[in-house]
Design a protein around this ligand. Sequence first.
Ligand code: GUN
Length: 287
Amino acid sequence: MQLLDGKKLAQEIKKEIAAEVNRLRQANQRLPKLALILVGNRSDSVSYVNSKEKNCHALGMECIKYHLPEETTQEALLQILQQLNDDSNVDGILVQLPLPAHIDTGRVLENIDYQKDADGLHHVNLGLMLMGDPYVLPCTPNGILHILKRYNIPMDGQKAVVVGRSILVGAPTAILLQQHHATVTQCHSHTRNLAEICRDADIVVTAAGVPGLLRPEDLKDGAVLVDVAMNHDDNGLCGDIYSKSTAPVLEQRLAAATPVPGGVGPMTIAMLMYNVLQLYKKHETSK
Ligand code: GUN
């Protein structure tokens, strides 16, 4: 089985970004800047946002982080977004999801200037992606695509199953796979006979967040697994299928798989950094 090493690929991509940012620094140019907004103290979100901040600095980009209390009002959050939209030194804005229940996520996302939407989740950006003319792509789906391309995994004419339909991962991943000519079946929590559907697939992408959702024998011999989930089991981090205990069986049966950890996770951050640099370039050329 080919290990689809997202960690290594992410490092390669980040190295290229760092080199480009360094060239800007040498030329005394303005540097790309990302604004990160976290509302509340969910421990997973705190660690994701800290990691995004650390990566910005490691790549030489500027970063401003707003860590707001759980009880922050929607109005206050929208006001901060307005300031960031108006700040010509800010190239990218990311509001970490999920937001507390009293805040309307759709309303927040639509109030980010779509030209500063580092996550690619603004309805204009989702629409442009759907039209096949993207301005900026959602990070995790784009990371998945980069992995499949880098490892020459064929998509054209292949049967792909995407388990999950979130705006962050499942829905855009299904669209992108389809645009690469895969025949896509989108599955979710209401799908009947999930295992049966997956057994017929050449590529299975899982983003359900349910450890053990599918067993290795629910994938066909020679299939490709992209396991997006970050769950915990008794042995530490695991995916929906990939874990320390299933890895040896997967190794025997599959053509290729992303490990957890070290697969899709690192690519999400690399794609975020890539998006910030792309937004910066578009921003600079439109001046
Ligand atoms: N929460 C989990 N993953 C992500 C992501 O990629 N972007 C945002 N904004 N929130 C997330």
